[in-house]
Write a protein that binds this ligand. Structure first.
Ligand SMILES: [Fe+2]
Length: 536
């Protein structure tokens, strides 16, 4: 059974994946291939071609194509002014689907929030779980509270587009001078610098079964906010607004998780939808007393609906749960040493390089010396975080490292934090209630006595958004950090995505080399090669 999953081209970020007998074989976001950040409202054509090639089949051999959006949209307004507006956008976007010549009766459109829910629940390996999906708008709703049991996902409550939590976050993100659908993570980061109003945002009604946003009060509140221009100073008021928004969202999501627990008695939680990329919220939910375990797949946003649609079609066609659960994020393209060497050689006098006898040992030594290293290895990661295959790495214990990478490498605001990659078996050294966290999607408080070891990979409020690195799922990255620990005593490296601001994460060697040459990185460790810039 071959199922190709696609994000609908009406979405803000798109991807393709392929399941072979229920096992994920390949998945990649379109932005990594077409080099347009998020590839908004674009068909995942290159991503689809990559997935088919990786599975060794052509489109006609695929049993069905699953798309993570359908037309159940009676109440849809969200980002569209009217239903007619949405319908015409849908019709146009449908035409973009790269399925020329493919039998339309084998194309299955899945409800968007069901696709979000399935992307988490069927990938989690949990027999039973509560499921919370939250986004800006996705068809007829902006969120669902659901329960998954075996092969079934049942929606217990839906959140309308008019009361969208994701939309509220988007609107305030825009008022704070950041790009909606993109800058939400910055607002979350900014929130740590402010003081939340204990009353929360004035547009939330806390009296029902779950908190809801009153659309009129939301509109009035957002309209009254004075917009900050992109280059204006960030004031205490901006920070406090971000903090209040973040705190309100966290408290509301906790109420929703609690409502689900009371309804089902289940102590496991799955999250999906763009709002589930909010790692501060996720970390708070993970620590709730009635949540024993939590699962969020790395492409929680719309790209992930390609996977959710494919998994739910697999269940519908076979009556079985897929014999697979997601244990890592490495589903994208990879390049051989021969391809890498050819790419490096094509830069002539601009750089010099050599093959390393032990790339992990040498790179660990360079990081320990204070060098900033581009680290390009194996298959690219799914989702917005680099997880040790397309990463920029540094020594997390050097106080100046954060500023150096923000200013000279990433070209982004000095207050933006970085995250640590930690050997999985060492996580208890840094956080209470240790757990594995492979996707940098949960934020936790750090033990104060360990702050010095990762001062440059920690947020201003002492929280970290760790990636726990397992020897099984990424042996090369694990070995690099192990070697760094042998030199420094610290089983942690600072890890940020291999890109500069506003660029998608690099995919191919040439993009990695171009980025390396254009910014303040010291060394590039790519495949088995080390490369340095030739300074004129
Ligand atoms: Fe969505």
């Amino acid at each position: 059974m071959l199922i190709l999953g696609l994000t609908h081209p009406i979405c803000w970020n798109t991807a393709a994946c392929i399941l072979v007998d229920g096992e994920l074989v390949a998945m990649v976001e379109e932005e990594r291939l077409n080099r347009i950040k998020h590839a908004p409202r674009m068909a995942p054509k290159l991503a689809m071609d990559y997935c088919l090639k990786q599975a060794g089949v052509d489109l006609q051999e695929v049993d069905c194509v699953a798309v993570g959006f359908d037309r159940g949209m009676e109440t849809a307004v969200g980002n569209f002014r009217s239903e007619a507006n949405l319908l015409s956008s849908m019709n146009q976007a449908d035409k973009q689907l790269p399925l020329d010549g493919y039998d339309p009766s084998r194309v299955i459109f899945t409800n968007h929030h069901l696709a979000h829910a399935a992307s988490a629940f069927f990938a989690s390996g949990f027999d039973e779980a509560n499921i919370l999906t939250l986004d800006g708008s996705g068809g007829s709703e902006s969120g669902t509270l659901a329960v998954g049991r075996g092969t079934e996902i049942s929606v217990l409550k839906a959140i309308s587009n008019r009361s969208s939590w994701g939309l509220l976050y988007e609107e305030i993100t825009e008022k704070l001078g950041f790009r909606p659908h993109s800058g939400e993570g910055k607002v979350m980061g900014l929130a740590a610098y402010g003081v939340p109003d204990p009353l929360g945002l004035p547009c939330v009604d806390w009296t029902g079964e779950i908190p809801t946003i009153d659309p009129q009060r939301r509109k009035a509140f957002v309209e009254k906010l004075v917009p900050r221009k992109k280059d204006d100073a960030i004031t205490a008021e901006h920070k406090d607004l971000a903090a209040t928004l973040q705190d309100t969202l966290e408290r509301a999501a906790a109420c929703m998780a609690e409502w689900l627990f009371r309804e089902t008695g289940i102590r496991r939680l799955c999250l999906a939808g763009g709002t589930a990329l909010n790692c501060s919220m996720n970390g708070k939910l993970a620590l709730l007393p009635f949540v024993d375990d939590i699962f969020i797949q790395p492409a929680a946003y719309d790209a992930g609906t390609a996977l959710g649609a494919a998994l739910s079609v697999h269940v519908a066609k076979t009556g079985q749960r897929p014999p697979w659960r997601m244990q890592h994020a490495y589903w994208g393209p990879e390049y051989s040493n021969a391809e890498i060497e050819t790419a490096l050689a094509s830069y002539g006098e601009r750089l010099h390089f050599r093959r390393s006898p032990d790339i992990c040992q040498e790179t660990a030594g360079l990081i320990a010396e204070g060098k900033i290293v581009g680290w390009f290895q194996g298959r690219s990661e799914l989702g917005p975080r680099a997880l040790g295959n397309r990463s920029i790495l540094g020594d997390p214990s050097r106080p100046g490292m954060k500023d150096q990478i923000n200013l000279h490498v990433k070209h982004r605001e000095p207050w933006r934090p970085f995250a640590p990659s930690i050997l999985e078996e060492e996580i208890a050294r840094y956080i209470d209630r240790p757990r594995s966290s492979p996707y940098m999607i949960l934020a936790f408080d750090t033990k104060i006595e360990r702050h010095a070891e990762m001062c440059s990979a920690m947020h201003v409020d002492g929280t970290i958004r760790p990636q726990t690195v397992s020897r099984e799922t990424n042996p090369r990255y694990w070995m690099l950090i192990k070697r760094f620990q042998e030199i420094t005593g610290i089983p942690v490296v600072l890890n940020t995505s291999f890109n500069v601001e506003s660029q998608p994460i690099v995919n191919a060697p040439q993009e990695a080399i171009d980025t390396f040459l254009d910014c303040g990185m010291d060394v590039l460790a790519i495949g088995d090669y080390l490369a340095w810039k030739n300074v004129a």
